[in-house]
Write a protein that binds this ligand. Structure first.
Ligand code: USQ
Length: 394
């Protein structure tokens, strides 16, 4: 299959590219190095340096013989997006690559993904909104105008639902009102400008589905942890970007890094905040099964992409247990929550759609966490304590 990955340089984009390439698909990645540049600008530190996309595609080719085509471009520019569908595209690697027609599937990761980044100040909020909405809108119109059969797989987020006091259904809710029934998008109520931008994305694409019979799968993903996938073990230079700072690091990755450098685990507030989590390997499986099964024309198919739920305190406890087993003196410290979120709430999401189409979950066991400790501790010297907490307030 001809697969286009938007945001191919990111935490999930690059592992996805290798995953599909290794399985014989024709893969093109596009990125403008937004994440890399933001990490440099905000001086967030990274566990290890990550080569450019062109370099990684070259290493991948040397190691496997497979070719991942690389385009460096800003997808908020509609002509850059349309070039990927009409052939007016310029490849950064390999330079002589040929256009092989519009993609059959587009996997859309090309978004500013951090809640704290979006809450830094009004300019960062603007960047988040303009980037995320323009890329989604450009994609929707490119598919409408140039390749209506293309299946769009968009990464959404569980945070779109917030933490309502009722069970969270898989995308939709049947409502009975004054004796009549209809099905609507499950109510959304996000807790950051970033999460709100994802709700707006959903609304845009749902509009496109109703108007033009587009085919869209929306993956409502929880926080992801891990860095190693079946493909990255071929060469450490193929590992994905790993952030542990307050802005781009997700909580499990942060806690493991903190444990290793003896920084008390930063539990925000009471630590009762419960979310659905998944291993990066399962992100790849979920996207793969979604590619294989496809949404129908005129269908917005929604899956809740999580494998298990934890509270922040449970994650801290697990990190402490595994860390102590490995000889680290792990302390846990509750700090004033810089975010505005419920710290003690009901949380019961439904998440069987992806299992039903064949995803086999990896759970966050002590062994899995130990494996992550082993990788992170190799780079212990690179970990900067000063970027772990800076207190971006909501
Ligand atoms: N938390 C702490 N201490 C920390 C970091 C986080 O207690 O040092 C808490 C947060 O307050 C929150 C929970 O842990 O309650 C998860 O935080 P996170 O930073 O791991 O995740 P979040 O900001 O929600 O965002 C991440 C990704 C985002 C994705 C989202 C899925 O950055 O791209 O959409 O997870 S979800 O959370 O389901 O919306």
């Amino acid at each position: 299959m001809n697969i286009l990955i938007l945001g191919g340089d990111g935490y999930l984009g690059w592992p996805t590219a290798m995953y599909f390439s290794r399985r014989g698909h024709e893969v093109t990645v596009v990125d403008n190095y937004f994440r890399h540049n933001a990490c440099t600008e905000l001086d967030v530190g990274m566990l290890y340096p990550v080569p450019t996309l062109q370099e990684r595609a070259r290493i991948w080719h040397e190691k496997t013989g497979f070719e991942i085509k690389v385009v460096v471009g800003n997808l908020t520019d509609p002509e850059v997006m349309r070039g990927l569908f009409n052939g007016r595209v310029k490849y950064a690697w390999p330079l002589n690559a040929n256009f092989s027609g519009p993609p059959e599937t587009v996997i859309h990761y090309a978004e500013q993904p951090s809640a704290p980044y979006s809450m830094f100040d009004y300019k960062y909020a603007n960047t988040t909104l303009s980037n995320n909405l323009l890329v989604t809108n450009n994609l929707m119109f490119a598919v409408r105008d140039l390749s209506r059969k293309t299946h769009i797989i968009k990464l959404g987020t569980m945070g779109e639902y917030g933490t309502p006091n009722i069970d969270i259904e898989e995308g939709w809710l049947e409502v009975e009102h004054k004796g009549r029934k209809d099905k609507f998008l499950f109510p959304r109520q996000a807790g950051s400008v970033y999460h709100t931008s994802k709700i707006m994305d959903t609304d845009l694409l749902w509009f496109g589905v109703r108007m033009w019979d587009l085919r869209v799968t929306d993956l409502m993903q929880g926080p992801v942890y891990g860095m190693e996938t079946e493909e990255s073990i071929l060469d450490p230079r193929l590992r994905t970007i790993f952030n542990y700072d307050e802005i781009f690091g997700t909580v499990v990755n942060r806690f493991i890094t903190q444990a290793i450098v003896g920084y008390p685990l930063t539990v925000y507030g009471k630590g009762g905040q419960t979310r659905g989590y998944l291993n990066i390997k399962d992100t790849l499986q979920c996207v793969d099964k979604s590619v294989q099964t496809q949404a129908n024309p005129g269908e917005l198919r929604i899956f809740n992409q999580i494998m298990e739920t934890f509270s922040v305190l449970e994650l801290a406890e697990l990190t402490r247990k595994v860390g102590r087993k490995l000889g680290y003196d792990v302390q846990v410290k509750s700090i004033e929550n810089p975010r505005k979120e419920a710290e003690d709430h009901y949380y019961n999401p439904v998440y069987h759609g992806l299992i039903d189409i064949g995803v086999e979950p990896h759970f966050l066991t002590e062994d899995v966490m130990e494996g992550m400790f082993r990788v992170v501790e190799k780079y212990k010297e690179n970990i900067r304590k000063d970027v772990i907490f800076r207190g971006i307030r909501w």
